[in-house]
Design a protein around this ligand. Sequence first.
Ligand code: DAH
Length: 345
Amino acid sequence: MEALIQQIETITQEIQNTVATTSAEVEAFRIKYLGTKGLVKNMMGEMKSVPNEQKKEFGQILNAFKVAAEEKLEILVAALGDTSTLDASIDTSLPGDEFTVGTRHPLNLVRNQMVSIFKRLGFAVAEGPEIEDDWHNFGAMNLPADHPARDMQDTFYVQEATEENASWLLRTHTSSVQARVMESQKPPIRVICPGRVYRNETISARAHCFFHQVEGLYIDENVSFADLKQTLYFFVQEMFGKDVKVRFRPSYFPFTEPSAEMDISCQICSGKGCNICKHTGWVEILGSGMVHPNVLKNFDIDPEKYTGFAFGMGVERIAQLKYQVNDLRLYSQNDLRFLQQFKSV
Ligand code: DAH
């Protein structure tokens, strides 16, 4: 056995010293040592000539021998890399093609930031369909069929109402998701609903037939208007910085009572007066209010026990103030020169 071990050591040394620069040389190495008639197999055959009491020890030596050959083969293959398949006429020292990484859409960046701020306050995200029925978009939100406030939002109808069926439409606001949430959850409810909405508007720098909103809804016992104000104040401070000023103006929405619109100090001119704030120093960013008792009743939520607040705001408007984009159309024109300017929030 001594002689065999001596032989294995010599071959192992030979294996360690092998250099291969082409795939043919690597293949020759494989055949010589690890092939069916290779030296490793050969040595294994010697097992029968080893006395029984030494078989165990010899087996271990054989095994280490085989592993050494396999590992070396792996190293040789790896060292060849892809160059083995390269055409010699290719100049690998030339610079490569530029690798362009995509960027997130500015509206998504802003939406994600809005969502993460509200998540920190314990709001969960809820979503609903863009093609809605009349009930979820209007009826449930306290806008019955003849309600004049339906005219506030020019609706795209997918299917007009018939004798038997109510109409189907493209949702005009994410308030429809409020209805879907109240339908399936019991208070306490604390959700935000980001999504796309549609209105029959002529496309211009200031209006589009689709845009994005983030809706908020919080229903529990003892929710007050002060909670609404504090929540929204926290939001704008996180979004625009501690210096932002807010003001609430009384307003009207069928689904809230009382209702208010919130303005913030213009982020473009710092309140000095510019085109965006129409020289008032203030920009309206959202509608809000205390959820109307009729809305709660529509979902069997007792308005004597529960109160809630709701708000809805446009993502484009927030993005406009953040990035000073003055033409809404840019957001949907897919112009890379515009989109690539938004790498992060
Ligand atoms: N749905 C309203 C709109 O699209 C925005 C809004 C106002 C949502 C007040 C609300 C709210 O939840 O309470 O103009």
